[in-house]
Design a protein around this ligand. Structure first.
Ligand code: AMP
Ligand code: MG
Length: 344
């Protein structure tokens, strides 16, 4: 096969935490900010509290937790992870799953069913064929899969073929689970639980981003809501700011995050499980805010694949707030999002 000129783009985060806030009258409250790479993405942690050591400990504890979640839990690349073990046993019978994993998978499969299969974590084999993570990281060149290859790998996928229940899961032969579309949202749910475990009571608030997923916790010192800037999918800068409060989760999915340009076409990492090709739904970014990290992450991916009309309907069904940026750079949002979004 002849390859045209290939341009490869690195991961760009869809969101940015805006931490500037007045601290008049709240001088005893300090801010802790740290960032690190975890789960293959940038993690940024901001905490507010009265004890610097507590905040540092909390940040270290969250960073360690994210490493464990990836290595022991959800990354198919980590041979010791639960997902790798499930994938390895595809076609070999049932495998015991932890309660946490079982709950993640149940919710994921429910979104699959309610999105008519637009969201489907069983397409891991197709994701691995494109391997856009490695391409975007500069680890390999983009290679265009053939239609036959895609069809063959798609045959092994399909959420409805998974048997999950009573603490066990079994996958048909050839199926590979890929948690890429929900891992960061799961991480945000777990961070929220961790930060509400009663330890470090001197911490009064915080906001943490794990790639394109964000969780807001407690209060900002000045009592104003947290502010998150949404990256413009086609230009430098942002399209606007979303305000968030305690217990809210935000996720953005965009075709500009991991992609390669090949013969003038954009090949991005959000795939349409019906075709195996990158989804072409007329959208270039979708942001969802809800009271669950897993759901906001799953829905941002699902609604991207579904496109404007069906995506809006699905978000509405879940009671989520949604903002969609169309390919012509105009945007549309539901009433819930209108209350928390402002153009900058
Ligand atoms: P996100 O950035 O949250 O939209 O997730 C995209 C990632 O999820 C990709 O890099 C793949 O690992 C995986 N993925 C791609 N398309 C889908 C899909 N339609 N359903 C579920 N997972 C997907
Ligand atoms: Mg997602």
């Amino acid at each position: 096969m002849k390859y045209g000129k290939i341009l490869v783009y690195m991961v760009t985060l869809g969101v940015c935490i805006l931490t500037a806030c007045g601290s008049e009258g709240t001088k005893s409250v300090m801010t802790h900010k740290s960032s690190q790479v975890a789960m293959g993405t940038m993690v940024s942690q901001v905490y507010y509290g009265t004890d610097a050591q507590d905040m540092e400990n909390r940040a270290a504890c969250v960073a360690g937790f994210l490493d464990d979640l990836e290595k022991q839990g959800i990354s198919w690349r980590e041979s010791e992870s639960e997902i790798a073990r499930i994938n390895e046993n595809a076609g070999k019978g049932r495998v015991e799953v932890t309660e946490a994993m079982s709950s993640y998978l149940e919710t994921a499969f429910e979104v699959s069913a309610r999105s008519g299969g637009a969201f489907d974590i069983t397409i891991g084999d197709v994701v691995q064929l494109w391997d856009l993570d490695a391409v975007a990281a500069g680890e390999k060149d983009f290679a265009m899969p053939t239609r036959e290859e895609l069809t063959e790998r798609l045959q092994g996928s399909g959420y409805e073929k998974v048997a999950l229940g009573d603490g066990y899961i079994s996958l048909p032969e050839g199926m590979r689970l890929d948690m890429g579309a929900i891992g960061k949202g799961i991480a945000c749910d777990e961070i929220y639980a961790l930060c509400n475990d009663g330890e470090y009571a001197t911490i009064t608030g915080g906001i943490v981003s794990v790639g394109g997923s964000i969780v807001a916790m407690g209060q900002k010192p000045d009592g104003t809501p947290y502010r998150v800037s949404i990256v413009h999918p086609r230009k430098e800068g942002s399209i606007g700011v979303v305000t968030m409060k305690d217990g809210e989760f935000l996720s953005t999915s965009g075709d500009y995050e991991r992609y390669a340009m090949y013969e003038g076409e954009r090949y991005h990492h959000i795939l349409d499980p019906k075709t195996g090709y990158p989804a072409k739904s007329g959208l270039c970014s979708v942001t969802v805010v809800s009271d669950s990290g897993l759901l906001s992450d799953a829905l941002s991916t699902a609604c991207f694949v579904l496109g404007e009309e069906m995506g809006m309907r699905l978000a509405q069904e879940y009671g989520a707030k949604i903002l969609m940026v169309r390919e012509d750079e105009s945007f549309v949002m539901n009433a819930g999002m209108e209350e928390i979004f402002a153009v900058q």
